[in-house]
Design a protein around this ligand. Structure first.
Ligand SMILES: *Cc1c(COP(=O)(O)O)cnc(C)c1O
Ligand code: SF4
Length: 348
């Protein structure tokens, strides 16, 4: 029998934490915010930089130095660089690509909640991210209407509390771990007091992008939660998973956190089966199980990253051939109106 963890707790002890200056916030303040500066840092010539820079289409550049350190110098095709460098192709208007392809705004019952699937809701913690990924499906999402304050969280929490069918809250954003420990502690304490909740899940790129975010204090906060904690990291390439990511994952695991990963299938970045196989292997070495491999959402300005179904199915077949089943992610697409992610199989 699986013990019911939540109902025994009316409230949890307030957590005291040392008010140390959080180094990840300093790292964030020091991030690259101009493509030319990032490219110069990577050793590109002035002429190359001129050729490689273009308009950011209103979605600004943001790349922490620790992420840039994992890029190969002077390689314009580096799979990490391609995830963050604005490209001319973003200006292309492609038919069938929209600003809100998942109609998320339709499933937005109260500000900060996206309730689309049974039993679980997305709670938008903050509109901020610590990196701006060019393929981001939320690059046009109206974060200004969903900007979170403590007061606005109350509205989201009331929605969850009033829905007995919700067993899992998925913290999303932006990036939920871009919030501070004290904000998250406040939120967790309120979630822990909702009796029907069993799990809290966080979808975050932070343990990958800025692993220094995973402090001992933060792990202790998670450990004390009377809910099962799942962190779904977002890594798209094996080169993103260096020793500091490994250490952060070890610490999370030691504090009882389940680790899963989701990736986005991206042309020119991870659309070779060797690359995806290497990603799965490296994830598992970090104690993370591959969960989803997402087809790109058709967001305006991202068509150059799209991998079509035929190619995606071939890649999946290739993975099934060379990896144990538990290292093969589920290939999925998000469809407006569907009751869950739509699975794509290699045979169909
Ligand atoms: C992906 C997603 C979820 C979670 O789906 P799982 O299949 O449980 O991983 C929940 N809500 C929304 C809106 C989603 O897009
Ligand atoms: S971290 Fe996630 S939400 Fe933030 S920009 Fe990247 S893909 Fe988008």
């Amino acid at each position: 029998m699986i013990p019911e963890t939540t109902t025994q707790f009316e409230s949890i002890e307030p957590i005291s934490f040392t008010p140390s200056v959080e180094s990840w916030r300093r790292e964030l303040a020091d991030a690259f915010r101009r493509p030319a500066e990032l490219l110069a840092h990577l050793g590109f010539s002035t002429t190359a930089i001129e050729n490689m820079t273009c308009s950011d289409q209103g979605f600004s550049t943001l790349v922490p130095r620790s992420y840039a350190a994992r890029m190969e110098r002077s390689n314009p095709q580096d799979p990490l660089l391609l995830q963050v460098l604005p490209q001319k192709a973003e200006a292309v208007n492609t038919e069938g690509y929209h600003k809100d392809p998942l109609a998320e705004q339709t499933y937005n019952p109260v500000p900060g909640i996206i309730h689309k699937y049974d039993g679980r809701v997305l709670l938008l913690v903050t509109g901020h991210c610590v990196i701006n990924c060019r393929f981001c499906f939320r690059r046009h999402f109206p974060y200004h209407d969903n900007r979170r304050s403590r007061l606005q969280w109350q509205q989201s929490l009331t929605y969850v509390r009033d829905n007995p069918s919700i067993h899992e809250v998925i913290l999303s954003g932006g990036d939920p771990l871009a919030a501070t420990d004290s904000q998250l502690t406040d939120l967790f304490q309120q979630l822990a007091a909702i009796p029907q909740l069993k799990r809290v899940r966080m979808h975050t790129r932070l343990p990958i992008i800025l692993p220094s975010r995973v402090t001992l204090d933060f792990c202790k906060i998670l450990r004390q939660l009377p809910l099962q904690v799942i962190i779904v990291t977002h890594a798209n390439h094996a080169s993103e998973l260096d020793h500091s990511v490994y250490n952060a994952c070890q610490m999370l695991r030691q504090h009882g956190v389940h680790l899963l990963n989701q990736s986005v299938l991206l042309r020119g970045i991870n659309d070779r089966h060797q690359s995806l196989a290497q990603l799965s292997e490296r994830l598992f070495a970090c104690d993370i199980l591959p969960y989803y491999l997402h087809m790109l959402d058709r967001v305006q300005g991202t068509a150059h990253f799209y991998v079509d179904d035929t190619k995606a199915k071939d890649l999946l077949a290739g993975l099934q051939e060379c990896l144990p089943g538990y290292l093969v992610p589920r290939l999925v697409r998000e469809e407006a109106g569907a009751s869950g992610k739509t699975m794509i199989t290699s045979a169909s």
